[in-house]
Design a protein around this ligand. Sequence first.
Ligand code: CTP
Length: 417
Amino acid sequence: MPPVPDARFLGKHIVLGVSGSIAAYKAVELLRALVRGGADVSVVMTKSATRFVSPLTFEVLSGHPVATDLFAAHQDMLHLTLPERADLIVIAPATANVLAKCALGLADDLLSTMVLTSTCPLILAPAMDGGMWDHPAVKAHTAALRERGTLVLDPEDGPLASGRTGRGRLPDENVILSTIEAHLSPCRDWVGQRVLVSAGPTHEAIDPVRFISNRSSGKMGYAMAQAARERGAEVMLVSGPTALPTPVGVEFIQVLTAEDMGKALTSRLSWATVVIMAAAVADFRPTRQSPEKLKKTGTAWKRLELEQTDDILELLSRRRTSQILVGFAAETQAVESHAKEKLRRKGLDLVVGNNVAAEGSGFGSDTNAAVLVDREGRVTRLDLMPKRALADRILDAVQALGTPAKRAAPPYPFGKM
Ligand code: CTP
């Protein structure tokens, strides 16, 4: 069956630089994924890369001649014309040598010369063996590149071609693809913001096997984290138990109980410029947790004594300095008036009210309808739409309030993934 095109890179011209690492074979799969996504890809290989994979492989799969030699390419001025046309350059794998050349501005072959003449975003996906990644020289070059705004992904930990284990594997293909996608995205209006998102339910233990929780799937919170990240923000996601994959490029903090979530969020409040509280925090927990499994015989189940958990949002509201606070109001009736009441009571900037009992809305579904109520009294009613689209509308509504002062941010999260 022919592969289904996914169109996420449609209309984009990407230069794929391949340097001399054994991971060069993985660049073949990366090229295929980019082409499947609709990208027009030109491949530039270093001399050493051609010893690992034949240029013919890339030529056939990209549908373009592969450029390897600065002097042969000179006739067509490829070191100027390729980057001029490019929307983005990704070097995968990037060896320690290529990293150093990019950091120092050396230009002794086509790939490094092209990097110097380019003005488009540059992503480096390093791969190196033998502990090179931890060498002070490589660290210094990486830091210099990141300082300058070049996106240097962290290599992955695991078994290396040499048989050793350590950090040095080419980042996962999906991480590279999502990073490329995020940087081609036309709307990067959240760059400089630091967004703290909570998502999912909490579990409040009754005994070692039973707990109190709710029906939250975490989908809305994860969509918020992903949207903010794709629009350029740095994002920390504090999540209760869910079955969802962590959005790429987001720092992830797993929690279980309302108490854990409260601690995780309050300790990170000063980092954030915006807090989005999409979690369905349990309002009550058992007063006592039994250390042993409760037997169904006996009196333990006749009456389960509960105590109220802290309202995290109220706590954050009292402690905040300049952060914008967004809350959710999960309702089954009178959504708008409850949303307004929660906005006032908790001292919030924006509340997203939604009817969790309505068809296609609320827990577990991929879509949601909502009413946005902001501190200026604006009310926006939004019809059913995918949660990811709703996330964008919520971010727009936060912007309409005037986002807090942007802080100078290092090119994180690429440095921290
Ligand atoms: N929330 C919180 N801490 C809690 C309970 C809720 O921070 N212990 C937050 C939720 O994450 C949400 C907002 O408060 O952003 C509203 O939550 P919701 O469950 O709709 O309302 P409650 O405040 O719990 O009030 P009620 O259950 O009476 O509707």
